[in-house]
Design a protein around this ligand. Structure first.
Ligand code: NAP
Ligand code: G4F
Length: 325
C-alpha cells in the first residue's frame, strides 16, 4: 500500500516541489486549497504535476474544514506549509497572520490528536523566529527566539504548540526551522524574486528601475527544491525532533542584487535601483545564518544548489518567462 500525505499550502512555492518529491516516492498526495472556485495552479504547472494531486477544500482559519479533511483521509503524513508567509504584510494583517499561522496549526494538531493520532506532522517553522542579532553570528537549534514581526511571533506559537503536542500526547510532530529558500516559483514580492523579475524587465526594456527597501540585511538563501527533501527526511526518522535547515552561508540583499544584475550582463547596476522607504520594515531582522550540523548528521541532508547557481537559475527563468510574453 502506498503512503498518503496531505500538504497544506500546496499552491505556494514549497508545496509543488514537495508534492513532486512525494509523488516520485510513490505517495498518494492530497493538497489542501482554500480558493476552490478559482485556484492558481501556476506553480504546480511549473513542476508539471497539477493533474497528479487530489485537491481538498479547506482553510487554516476554518477548523471544521481541517477536521473533516483529517478525519476523512487520515493520512500517514501531514506537511503544514500553509501560511500568511509574507513578513512585510504581517504588520498590516497581524491578526489574520496569527489566525492562519498560529491558531490554524492548533486546529490541525487537534484534528490529528482526536481523529488520526498515528499521522506524522511536519510544521513549517522559520528562521524568522530567531529575529535579532546573535553574538555567535549564527543560529541553530539552541538559539533563543526573539521574533521581530507579527509573522515571526505567530510562528513561535506554532513551533511551541507543535513541541507541546509531541510532549503532551506523544504525537509524531516535528519542526523544520528553515532558513530562506527561493526558486523560480518564489512569490514575486519576496526580495530575491522581485530582484530577478525586475532585472529581466530592465534587460528587456519593460521597466526603467527597481524599487527596493533595506539592502543591508543578510540572509542564508538556499534552493527550495533541496529544502523539501529535508522536510520529507524529518518524517522518516524513528523519533520526532526539530531541525535547523540552511546553507551556513549568508549574503546581503545588496550582494544578491549585484550578482543577479552581473549575471544578466548589467555592471552599472546601482543606477537602476531606487531606495524606497515604502519597503522598509518597522523592525528588521539583520543577520540570518544557519548552523545546520544537526540536520546534516541526523538526516544526512545537505544543500545541492549553490548560491551562484540559485541566482543564475532565477535570473534565467525570469528572462525566459518575460521573453515569451
Ligand atoms: P507561500 O509561497 O507563501 O505559500 C503559502 C501557501 O499557504 C499558499 O499556497 C497559500 O494559499 C496558503 N495559505 C495561506 N493562507 C491560507 C489559509 N488561510 N488556508 C489555507 N491555505 C492558506 O510560502 P512558501 O514559501 O511555500 O513557504 C511554505 C511554508 O514554509 C510557509 O508556512 C512559510 O511560512 C514557511 N517558511 C518559508 C520559508 C521560505 O524561505 N520560503 C522559510 C521558512 C519557513 P493561496 O495560494 O490560496 O494564497
Ligand atoms: O524576501 P523577504 O521578504 O523575506 P524574509 O522577510 O526574510 O522572509 C522570508 O524568509 C523567512 C525565513 O527566514 C520565511 F519565514 C518567510 O515566510 C519568508 O519566506 O525579505 C528579505 C529581506 C528583508 O530584510 C527585507 O527588509 O529583504 C529586505 N528587503 C529589501 N527590499 C525587501 C525589499 N524585501 C522585500 N520583500 N521587498 C523589498 O523591496
Amino acid at each position: 500500500m502506498s503512503k498518503t500525505a496531505l500538504i497544506t499550502g500546496i499552491l505556494g512555492q514549497d508545496g509543488p516541489y514537495l508534492a513532486k518529491l512525494l509523488l516520485e516516492k510513490g505517495y498518494k498526495v492530497y493538497g489542501m486549497i482554500r480558493r476552490y472556485s478559482n485556484p492558481n495552479f501556476e506553480n504546480l504547472n511549473y513542476v508539471g504535476i497539477t493533474n497528479k494531486v487530489d485537491y481538498l477544500e479547506g482553510d487554516m482559519t476554518d477548523e471544521s474544514s481541517i477536521i473533516n479533511i483529517v478525519k476523512n483521509i487520515r493520512p500517514d503524513e501531514i506537511y503544514n506549509l500553509a501560511a500568511q508567509s509574507f513578513v512585510g504584510s504581517s504588520w498590516q494583517q497581524a491578526r489574520l497572520t496569527a489566525e492562519i499561522n498560529a491558531i490554524g496549526v492548533l486546529s490541525l494538531l487537534n484534528a490529528i490528536k482526536f481523529f488520526s493520532p498515528t499521522t506524522k506532522f511536519y510544521q513549517a517553522s522559520t528562521s524568522e523566529m530567531f529575529g535579532i542579532e546573535h553574538t555567535s553570528g549564527y543560529q541553530d537549534e539552541n538559539t533563543c527566539f526573539h521574533p521581530r514581526s507579527p509573522y515571526g511571533v505567530s510562528k513561535v506559537y506554532a513551533y511551541w504548540i507543535t513541541v507541546n503536542y509531541r510532549e503532551s500526547y506523544n504525537l509524531f510532530t516535528s519542526n523544520g526551522i528553515l532558513f530562506n529558500h527561493e526558486s523560480p516559483i518564489r512569490g514575486i514580492q519576496f526580495v530575491t524574486r522581485k530582484i530577478t523579475d525586475g532585472i529581466a524587465r530592465i534587460k528587456l526594456g519593460l521597466a526603467k528601475d527597481l524599487h527596493l527597501g533595506n539592502m543591508e540585511p543578510r540572509r542564508d538563501w538556499g534552493f527550495a527544491g533541496d529544502y523539501v527533501e529535508a522536510m520529507y527526511l524529518m518524517l522518516q526518522q524513528e523519533k520526532p525532533d526539530d531541525y535547523v535547515v540552511g546553507t551556513g552561508e549568508n549574503y546581503s540583499i545588496k550582494e544578491f542584487a549585484e550578482k543577479a544584475f552581473g549575471y544578466a550582463g548589467i555592471s552599472d547596476w546601482e543606477k537602476y535601483v531606487v531606495i524606497d522607504p515604502k519597503y522598509k520594515r518597522p523592525a528588521e531582522v539583520p543577520n540570518l545564518k544557519s548552523r545546520p550540523e544537526k540536520a546534516m548528521k541526523a538526516l544526512g541532508w545537505k544543500p545541492k544548489v549553490s548560491f551562484d547557481e540559485l541566482v543564475k537559475m532565477m535570473v534565467d527563468a525570469d528572462l525566459e518567462r518575460l521573453s515569451k510574453k
